[in-house]
Write a protein that binds this ligand. Structure first.
Ligand code: UDX
Length: 469
């Protein structure tokens, strides 16, 4: 299916249409592989997980990502994309190898676990027989690329002919295809002109469109990613810290955020108060960055990131307080409908999800929690098999004493407060994502609470007194 490299081009892969391999076909890698093939490149996706490779080869995306399934089917038909577990074949095939394996948080510390990254680079280096570029995309601590360069040069039979670059990825889950095909910027961390030319060839379609490009050294490219994610996390925690102040003063954090957002220097994005950030990136990147800064002797420079993390966690406790209040001061035996489990809408990812964590905390206090997420029930069940899961919104809220909105799926925003009200045991709701029309709920007779919003006086709430249905 793929074209064959002629001996001349094998000596120095052409900077025109390099053949691409992608190691690690999770969220990041699978999307990158599919999109690069969609842009016209020949691409080989590689993973150690046989099942993942089988599913992708047969045209099925093993996770939920809007638009990716259609794109995969489309490019498989062109014959430009294939998947394999065979690393030798990948090394023979690729001119530019993208390493997209995970860097999860270590089990026993805040540091990033680099086992998979190191393994991938080592496996490629030890098999290399011709000049190629190894490009790290995974988020890593600053200094990793330099260390890996030394390792790769030592392990590779062709020595320094095997080069290394870092090319951080900024895609958001839920928008992965669009973010990959239309990135807002490209960052190349390179150590040579040759490496830069290879990356320019790979990203030629975007560069021709005028996508901003920053060419930097390896360490800067590594730092860009964690600095960006830390900034986003800081912005979210900033408004959530303001929500705490609002709660103490009776001010309204939504009006506050709105007023701040009109200042162009501040802007309204990532200023949405609520249950805070989660997912496979922001929380662990923040922690790994603070950990690495301490190792580098500049821990104080980013010490505030610990506070950002703490503010984020405190929102979950505060949310549980609100649910407990609405349940009459005690969660034992209270039936709580937990709407959402994914860390954000349009995703089935429950890694470090505030939603699922809150559901777990409510259950630990004795609540009878029924979780419903339009896409993440399966992953959530795997993580917390002891919680109850409902197959629909209606089933989840039926006979609920309190409804907890945890992930802002459109389905929840569209729901009719009167129809939901007819199903619950009591019309009480806590909106953890500021996603619902508070007035519409109040008009329909609900007691409505949200983080950082003033509460209307409802007198002493007891479970029996508020059971209106
Ligand atoms: C993030 C970065 O945006 C992306 O550039 C990087 O490559 C990977 O990490 P992602 O994890 O997909 O992407 O999620 P994102 O859309 O950034 O949201 C992160 C979390 O912040 C979610 O839990 C979301 O609910 C929360 N959030 C976001 C808020 O609480 N308030 C906001 O205003 C925005």
């Amino acid at each position: 299916m793929f074209t064959t490299r002629s001996p001349e081009t094998e000596l120095d892969p052409i900077a025109e249409h390099p053949r691409i391999t992608v190691l690690g076909v999770g969220y990041l890698g699978a999307t990158h592989a599919v999109c690069m093939a969609a842009l016209g490149f020949e691409v080989l996706g590689v993973d150690v997980d046989q099942q993942k490779i089988q599913e992708l080869s047969s045209g099925r995306v093993p996770f939920f990502e809007p638009g990716l399934q259609e794109k995969l089917s489309e490019v498989l038909r062109t014959g430009r994309l294939a998947f394999t577990t065979d690393l030798d074949a990948a090394v023979r095939f690729g001119d530019v190898h993208f390493i997209c394996v995970g860097t999860p948080q270590s089990i026993d510390s805040d540091a990033a676990d680099l086992t998979f990254v190191e393994r991938a680079f080592e496996a490629l280096a030890s098999r290399a027989r011709r000049k190629a570029l190894l490009v790290g995309k995974s988020t890593v601590p600053i200094g990793t690329a330099e260390r890996l360069t030394a390792m790769v040069n030592t392990r590779s039979p062709i020595g320094e002919a095997l080069e290394l670059a870092w090319n951080p990825e900024f895609l958001r889950e839920g928008f992965a295809v669009d973010d990959t095909l239309h990135p807002d910027r490209l960052v190349f961390g390179v150590a040579s002109g040759w490496a830069e030319r290879q990356l320019r060839a790979v990203y030629a379609p975007m560069l021709r469109r005028g996508t901003p490009l920053v060419v930097a050294d390896l360490a800067t490219a590594e730092l860009v990613k964690v600095a960006a994610n830390s900034f986003l996390a800081t912005k979210i925690s900033y408004i959530n810290a303001m929500a705490e102040v609002c709660e103490a003063t009776g001010a309204d954090v939504d009006r506050l955020a709105e007023a701040l957002s009109h200042d162009e220097r501040i802007g309204g994005k990532f200023l949405k108060p609520g249950l805070g950030f989660g997912g496979g990136c922001l929380p662990k990147d923040l922690r790994a960055f603070a950990h690495r800064a301490e190792e580098l002797g500049v821990g104080r420079a980013v010490a505030f990131l610990h506070e950002i993390d703490d503010i984020n966690t405190r929102r979950r406790f505060r949310f549980v307080d609100l649910v407990r209040d609405l349940a009459g001061g005690d969660l034992h035996g209270a039936r709580v409908a937990a709407l959402g489990a994914a860390f954000k809408p349009n995703s089935d990812d429950v890694r470090d999800a505030p939603a699922l964590d809150v559901a777990r905390m409510l259950a630990l206090e004795g609540a009878d929690v029924v979780v419903y997420d339009p896409e993440a029930n399966e992953n959530a069940h795997r993580t917390y098999p002891d919680l109850d899961y409902a197959g629909s919104l209606a089933e989840a809220v039926t006979k609920a004493d309190v409804v907890a909105l945890l992930t802002e799926w459109d389905e929840f925003g569209r729901a009719d407060p009167n129809e939901l009200g007819a199903l619950v045991n009591a019309r009480r709701i806590v909106d953890g994502r500021h996603a619902l029309d508070a007035d519409a709920y109040r008009e329909a007779g609900w007691i409505f609470r949200a983080l950082g919003q003033p509460t209307e006086p409802v007198g002493m709430i007891t479970r029996e007194a508020q059971a209106v249905n």
